[in-house]
Design a protein around this ligand. Structure first.
Ligand SMILES: Cc1ncc(COP(=O)(O)O)c(C=O)c1O
Length: 386
């Protein structure tokens, strides 16, 4: 028998719950409202852009920091939506999805022993990315029922060892959108403790009536200490293209580029051109995207309410948290039971929390699905009775 070749730093990671639940859903022919990617394609015009890029020879390695065309489009988009003045040459780096941007950021900024604050529940790759850089995750909880943080808890999380805070607004899995006041609170603490803010804004355009997305980078004093991360996957419904980016001061980009050049080096060239065209779509595209998801949100909210799952109304992103306490099963048992007996897949929340945390009794459903998928799920969920 050979020895265990697996490095200690990855031994604790396990298989992602998304893979596990999707496999179980396939086995039982369940409607999959678990994994958060659309089961429909984005705009035809962007598919055409990608075909055109391939047909016109945009097929070799892209520039490592990203094709100038896309970096310019990212800078224009930042000015149009947030009034930011961004230098596309020195203040933007294109990455292979937000995933690569987050990994690069942790490798670029975190020294072994540095503390990184994360809001719990968190997107499941945050903690592994921190750990792979040798960092120490420090969690601040977003508390039920409305999933907001207690200012005192946030304040207590900051220490001289804090190097960065990882923010995700609009938030996966809860749909919380931080208010200006909450962003200001974070910004003040970042300045007091000389901390870097990393804001994952992949859902920046999936935002519902009554909420406004705030970019922490635009708060005075945060310009040089914020790395804004976003991607084309959610905004244009092409998650498989894996085009993402970081926006931030030149000194931050220099560090990011050092990692990016030695991990993936460059991101798929034709999809960079198509994403540039996407970012230049008119304001009506963005308004329709949000309105369309809002209609799907409202539909699923009603279905989950009727099923006695007491869903929490999200202000952004495309997930709904539903309480499974009434069904007298823990979230893990409930989501397996829901797949096997009712035929609908959701995601239990354990992987969104640190191992020592008390995990609340809810599951996450997504509504980034075709109407027919949501309607099929609704018919099945009607069978749920308390
Ligand atoms: C909060 C959050 N960040 C990052 C990502 C990954 O983005 P990308 O597909 O661009 O790598 C996701 C995807 O689900 C996400 O929900």
């Amino acid at each position: 028998m050979s020895r265990n070749f697996m490095a200690a730093r990855v031994r604790s990671f396990g298989t992602s719950i998304f893979t596990e639940m999707s496999m179980l859903a396939r086995q039982h022919g369940a409607v999959n409202l678990g994994q958060g990617f659309p089961d429909f394609d984005g705009p035809d015009v962007l598919k055409q852009s990608a075909y055109n890029a391939i047909a016109t020879g945009k097929n070799q390695y892209a520039q490592s920091q990203g094709e100038p065309e896309l970096r310019r489009a990212i800078a224009e988009h930042a000015e149009r939506f947030y009034g930011m003045k961004v230098n596309p040459d020195s203040e933007v780096t294109v990455t292979t999805g937000a995933t690569d941007a987050l990994f690069c950021a942790m490798q670029a900024f975190i020294e072994p022993g540095d503390e990184v604050i994360v809001f719990q529940p968190f997107y499941d790759l945050y903690v592994p990315a921190i750990l792979m850089a040798g960092g120490v995750p420090v969690a601040v909880t977003l508390n039920e029922p409305d999933f907001r943080f207690y200012p005192m808890e946030l304040q207590a999380a900051f220490s001289p060892k804090t190097k960065a805070i990882l923010i995700n607004s609009p938030h996966n899995p809860t749909g919380t959108v931080f208010t200006m006041q909450e962003m200001m609170m974070i910004a003040e603490l970042c300045q007091e403790f000389d901390v870097l803010a990393i804001n994952d804004e992949v859902y920046e355009h999936i935002i519902f009536t009554g909420a406004t997305h705030r970019r922490i980078a635009t708060i005075p004093g945060m310009e040089d200490r914020t790395l804004t991360i976003s991607s084309a996957g959610k905004t244009f419904s092409f998650t498989g293209w894996k085009v993402g980016w970081t926006i931030g001061a030149e000194a931050l980009q220099t560090a990011i580029r050092r990692v990016h050049q030695f991990t993936v080096f460059a991101t798929a060239t034709p999809f960079q051109y198509a994403s540039a065209d996407g970012l230049r779509l008119g304001n009506e595209y963005y308004a329709e995207l949000a309105a369309d998801y809002q209609a799907r949100r409202d539909f699923l909210m009603k279905v989950l309410t009727n099923a006695g799952l007491e869903p929490q109304m999200p202000d952004g992103a495309y997930f709904i948290i539903a309480n499974c306490e009434n069904y007298n099963r823990n979230p893990d048992e409930f989501s397996r039971w829901l797949i096997e007996k009712i035929g609908v897949a959701s995601i239990p929340p354990a992987s969104f929390y640190l191992p020592q945390a008390e995990v609340p009794s809810y599951v996450r459903f997504t509504f980034c699905k075709k109407w027919e998928t949501l309607e099929a799920a609704a018919v099945r969920l009607e069978k749920l009775t308390l």
